[in-house]
Design a binder for this molecule. Structure first.
Ligand code: DUC
Ligand code: ZN
Ligand code: ZN
Length: 458
């Protein structure tokens, strides 16, 4: 035994109980009352909760986008992750034109491996499909990257035909397709209209991508997945119409899964009227109160499976490119360090249970993307990715107490009740009391298993 976390209250997706956790060679070796420490290092977690580390299912670290590169690289992004209790990140690889899928993963892994402070896995965004790529999807599954994404928007967005083909293929090979669902043509039309009328503020980012623009695309994507009986994962669901479509499909027994993000659960479209509105520009944009309410209701019902960040931050000077033209604002917000503290705080305030937060931010992510039981669980044999959480510690989020490379945060001034005080990654302490204590290059690639989701329940 190398480490014992003693006297804590263990919180998993399904249980809350007092016990000690023993760790050996980076894995949980035993969970029991009163484990004799022998020569192991002892961490006293009296009065604290011990949770599985969060798994951020959606990050864009060092991603070329919006005329620049997202401002958190693999080191700073995963450092911030560790300090927010995130012990695994799923980052997006964007296939270049003509590039093979495995080559794309290797290209990104070469950047990530020397830098990552916590473990990581990848999803690959398919941007250039042909018969060879359809075949190579199977090799990617075997390589440990069984999840793919298609964008219905942006210049690297795919056609309906491409989307349909990858959905069909995914079913045959144990893969899962994620989709960024918005209607590109309506967005382009509304953007052109607003600009021609001289409407250029951040508000018009929202006004060009309002609720129905996302809902329509959700509904179309779900329609095809149903037709093919293929599983589908809707990333960053942010609107109430989409929630209705997801709920309906799940009630009918289809394997449709949805992820939402903390920014959609906490803020409303009113942020785009603020002086710093451009800092909140992300796609899909943050919607109205009705959508926020629908997202929380879906979480409570179980119709939202995961909460992840879409962490894709840009510096203030880059956001300022869009001061006089919202289309020049690089899209994306920060959240990797805020995901678990924010969601746990909502539990601490009584909105949902702590178990539900663990389910949404850790266990379900591991189950959906094929890395359970290695990740996302507190169980013998699982990686000792653990967070010690102090429910009594009040914390006000500020750029000054975050650990990424970004010069601002959309979460500035938000007060959370309770905060992580320690994060362990495979048994190694990587965060303690406000300080990052891990090291660059420690994080390892997590090889995910094939994904076979044949109904709405995991
Ligand atoms: N949306 C964002 O806001 N940023 C990155 C990519 C995306 O889809
Ligand atoms: Zn997206
Ligand atoms: Zn994204």
């Amino acid at each position: 035994m190398d480490l014992i976390i003693k006297n804590g209250t263990i919180v998993t997706a399904s249980e809350t109980y007092k016990a000690d956790i023993a760790v050996e060679d980076g894995k949980i070796s035993m969970i029991a009352e009163n484990i004799d420490p022998q020569n192991a290092k002892v961490v006293d977690a009296s009065g604290k909760m011990v949770l599985p580390g969060a798994i951020d299912a959606h990050t864009h670290l060092a991603m070329p986008f919006g005329g620049t590169i997202s401002a958190d690289g693999y080191e700073s992004g995963t450092r911030a992750a560790a300090c927010g209790g995130v012990t695994t990140v799923f980052d997006f690889v964007l296939q270049a034109k003509g590039e093979g899928l495995i080559d794309a993963v290797k290209r990104r892994n070469a950047l990530c491996e020397p830098e990552a402070c916590v473990d990581y896995a990848f999803h690959t965004a398919i941007t250039d499909l042909n018969d060879d790529i359809l075949k190579e999807m199977d090799e990617s599954v075997k390589y440990g990257v069984p999840s793919f994404k298609v964008f219905m928007v942006y210049d690297f967005g795919v056609t309906d035909g491409t989307f349909y083909q990858v959905l069909q293929r995914s079913k045959e090979i144990g893969a899962l397709i994620g989709v960024h669902a918005e209607n590109r043509e309506i967005i382009d039309t509304l953007v052109a209209k607003h600009l021609s009328e001289g409407k250029t503020s951040a508000w018009y980012h929202y006004a060009s991508r309002p609720e129905f623009v996302e809902a329509e695309a959700d509904s179309r994507a779900i329609r095809w997945a149903k037709e093919l009986h293929a599983p589908l994962y809707i990333v960053h669901l942010a609107n109430s119409g989409g929630v209705e479509e997801v709920t309906k499909a799940r009630d009918e027994g289809y394997p449709i899964f949805a992820e939402t993000c903390p920014q959609y659960l906490h803020f409303t479209k009113d942020v785009y009227k603020r002086e710093d509105g451009r800092n909140f520009v992300c796609s899909p944009p943050i919607k109205g109160q009705e959508s926020q309410d629908a997202l929380w209701a879906a979480i409570k019902r179980g119709d939202i499976t995961t909460v992840a960040t879409d962490h894709c931050p840009f510096q203030s000077y880059e956001k300022d490119w869009g001061k006089d033209d919202f289309t020049k604002i690089p899209n994306g917000c920060m959240g990797i360090e805020n995901l678990y503290p924010y969601m746990l705080s909502e539990a601490n305030k009584g909105r949902i249970s702590f178990n539900k937060v663990v389910e949404l931010c850790s266990t379900n992510v591991a189950k959906v993307f094929g890395c359970a039981p290695q990740k996302g669980m507190i169980a013998p044999g699982s990686d000792a990715d653990l967070v010690v959480y102090d429910p009594e510690k009040d914390f006000t989020i500020s750029q000054k107490n975050m650990h990424s490379d970004i010069d601002h945060t959309i979460w500035e001034g938000v007060e959370v009740k309770g905060y992580p005080v320690m994060t362990f990654s495979r048994g190694e302490l990587v965060y303690k009391d406000g300080e990052f204590v891990g090291s660059k290059g420690y994080g390892k690639f997590v090889k995910c298993n094939p994904i076979h989701l044949d109904g709405p329940n995991l």
